[in-house]
Design a binder for this molecule. Sequence first.
Ligand SMILES: NC(=O)c1ccc[n+]([C@@H]2O[C@H](COP(=O)([O-])OP(=O)(O)OC[C@H]3O[C@@H](n4cnc5c(N)ncnc54)[C@H](OP(=O)(O)O)[C@@H]3O)[C@@H](O)[C@H]2O)c1
Length: 279
Amino acid sequence: MQKKSASPKTAHSNTQQSRQTALITGASSGIGEALAHCFAGAGFDVILVARSESTLKALSQSLAGQHGSAAVVLPADLSKPGAAAQLHAAVERNGRNVDVLVNCAGVLEQGAFTSIAPSSHQQMIDLNISGLTSMLSIFVPGMVQRGSGRVLNVASVAAFQPVPTLASYAASKAYVLSLSESLAEELRGTGVTVTALCPGITATNMLTQAAGANDKLSQLPGFLIADVQDVAQLAFAACMRGDAICVPGVVNRAAMIASRGTPKWLVRRIGGLLGRKAL
Ligand SMILES: NC(=O)c1ccc[n+]([C@@H]2O[C@H](COP(=O)([O-])OP(=O)(O)OC[C@H]3O[C@@H](n4cnc5c(N)ncnc54)[C@H](OP(=O)(O)O)[C@@H]3O)[C@@H](O)[C@H]2O)c1
């Protein structure tokens, strides 16, 4: 297939949009909200997706005020079957193409596998895996057809190795990383790039909630906790360059390299020791 540019200045077709549009899931807080500011600040219009409609509306007003972006609010529960298709229909009714798709919505439950409710395991699978895959399968074909687009999938450093006490979450993020890497290669030459963002521990609601349920997490040293704006800026730049993987932070990159160069049995044992300490 012929290689076409995926530059933010180029991808337009037969819709009424004059600026590029980034659709961001999980935009109501944390990394997704910070990414919404990055895209709006760079001149994109944004489509904000999460369940909390009033929070998204407040963000939409703030983005319009600060950056002059059109910020469309489309509330959705992406863990529900059919949600991605409904979003796609709503985006079409708005007369827009999605030039950049950011799959950031995610949930985490930390603890012993056996102490986590079956419904919570299922929720991580429904949102982190099924919801994200549905978004890709519904929005990426249009990008390929237009010969231009960018995808940013939010995985985690937990994607690089099994993580006892985060077993289902880490497995869901390993899925996101593997899918993203496969797609990045499969789509090479189509003008569509796919980036997997693999943040380490980042100061967001997710960390606050996990620390609320487990005191030990609130005692983590500060150097291990990334600033959400820093993570979003690095992710935005990596997505616009079309990098396959973005791991923000020296400590996280070192841990990723170490886990890839260490025998699997040893990675599991170290993970087990650390995991048991974290309970
Ligand atoms: N914080 C970290 O340390 C860290 C590290 C590595 C990776 N990550 C990943 O980064 C991503 C963002 O997390 P965060 O740290 O920014 O946490 P966060 O502040 O809790 O944000 C999670 C976002 O997901 C949305 N969401 C949750 N359930 C949803 C559903 N069923 N349908 C649609 N949206 C839903 C939330 O909005 P509503 O509640 O309004 O729906 C919120 O906007 C996640 O994929 C997470 O796994 C985080």
